[in-house]
Design a protein around this ligand. Structure first.
Ligand code: HEM
Length: 167
């Protein structure tokens, strides 16, 4: 990792590589499932974190959902923008902010909501209409990620809950 840009100080708590200790998926239209995931937020010195997520099947080990993108911060603020390309033909732009819910050991939160969703012409139905994501440092070295989505068939419902440990 390179030097950390000072604009990133509100996001310092997310920097690094994280490996799931539990990762569960659900949605009203599908059978609940589990998966494994590794995510990383890395700095190359810009006021940006480079993001990647790889998930794989817990038994077959085959790749599942893959994401790649950038988490940007508006320098001098806690406002962020998260640009993500998903392997199934979706792009999402999510915006929100990072804040602290309590000043003890952990309590850092990053809360974002989609402001733009792109979809390739031959993408599968249903269409994703909205995403709400939350990353939360639940204790030192332990990160929780929850994701809700709305599709053209289903109102906003939880799709993922993942707990990661710092690698
Ligand atoms: C199903 C979107 C992340 C695994 C779905 C569906 C959508 C979707 C639209 C179809 C729901 C339906 O048929 O009603 C998304 C979005 C994600 C995301 C927007 C991230 C922002 C993930 C991740 C995994 C995952 C990280 C981990 C492996 C699955 C599985 C299904 C599914 C296994 C059911 C099988 C299938 O339809 O392919 N997801 N997903 N998703 N998702 Fe996700």
């Amino acid at each position: 990792a390179g030097p950390i840009h000072e604009a990133l100080s509100p996001l310092k708590w997310m920097i690094g590589k994280w490996r799931s200790v539990s990762a569960d998926g659900f949605y009203p239209t599908i059978q609940p499932f589990s998966f494994c995931e590794e995510i990383s937020f890395t700095s190359v010195g810009q006021p940006i974190l480079n993001y990647s997520s790889l998930s794989w099947h817990p038994v077959k080990q085959s790749p599942m959902h893959l994401e790649s993108g950038f988490l940007r911060i508006k320098p001098g603020t806690n406002d962020v923008s998260f640009m993500v390309a998903h392997n199934f033909g979706l792009t999402t732009l999510e915006e929100g902010m990072t804040y602290i819910i309590n000043s003890s050991v952990a309590g850092n939160v990053l809360q974002m909501k989609s402001t733009n969703i792109g979809r390739m012409s031959f993408g599968k139905e249903p269409r994703v209409l909205e995403i709400i994501r939350c990353y939360k440092l639940v204790e030192e070295g332990k990160l929780e990620h929850t994701l809700q989505m709305a599709t053209s068939n289903t109102p906003l419902c939880q799709h993922l809950r993942v707990v990661y440990e710092k690698c």
